[in-house]
Design a protein around this ligand. Structure first.
Ligand SMILES: [Zn+2]
Ligand SMILES: [Zn+2]
Length: 152
C-alpha cells in the first residue's frame, strides 16, 4: 500500500508540474503578445508630470483636441492669417486623471522629457539644454524664443 501511495504522490507532483509549466507557458505567451511595445512620452500640463504610454494603451488613453492657438498671446507674425484651430493629441494623465497630457519627447542630449509642441503649436526645444528637434542641434537666435514657452 505504501508503494502505491508514493506513486500517487509522484503522479500528483508530475501533474502539478505540468499544470504549472502550462500556466507559465500560456502567461509568457500572453505577455509576448504585446510585442513591439513602443512607449511614447507625454507631459501633463496640469500637474507638470511626465508619463509613458505603450502603443496598445494609445487607443484608450489618447484623443485629439482642437485648440484655438490665436488666443495665445505673443504669437509670432507667421501665425497670423492661418487657421485659428489646430489639432493636438491629448492623453489622459495617470497622475491626476485629466485629459491634459501633451505629446512629449525625450531629449537625446540631457534626457529631459518635454512637450514636443509649444502652446503656440510650433516644435519645442529642450527647456534644459535647448536641443532643437527641427535641426537636431542646439537652438540659436529666434528659435530660442519661438521654441520655448514663456515661463508661466
Ligand atoms: Zn497630470
Ligand atoms: Zn536637453
Amino acid at each position: 500500500m505504501q508503494g502505491n501511495d508514493a506513486k500517487k504522490i509522484i503522479a500528483a507532483l508530475v501533474l502539478f508540474g505540468v499544470a504549472a509549466g502550462l500556466y507559465w507557458y500560456l502567461s509568457a505567451d500572453d505577455s509576448s503578445d504585446a510585442g513591439g511595445d513602443i512607449r511614447s512620452h507625454w507631459h501633463c500640463s496640469a500637474c507638470r508630470k511626465t508619463f509613458e504610454l505603450a502603443a496598445r494603451e494609445l487607443k484608450d488613453s489618447v484623443t485629439t483636441q482642437e485648440r484655438d492657438v490665436n488666443e495665445v498671446k505673443q504669437e509670432g507674425p507667421q501665425m497670423r492669417g492661418r487657421g485659428a484651430q489646430r489639432t493636438f493629441s491629448v492623453a489622459k494623465c495617470p497622475h491626476c486623471g485629466q485629459w491634459t497630457g501633451d505629446a512629449a519627447r525625450e531629449c537625446p542630449g540631457c534626457g529631459e522629457v518635454f512637450p514636443s509642441k509649444t502652446r503656440r503649436g510650433v516644435a519645442a526645444i529642450c527647456p534644459k539644454c535647448h536641443w532643437d528637434s527641427r535641426t537636431g542641434r542646439k537652438a540659436e537666435g529666434d528659435r530660442l524664443t519661438e521654441g520655448l514657452d514663456p515661463a508661466p
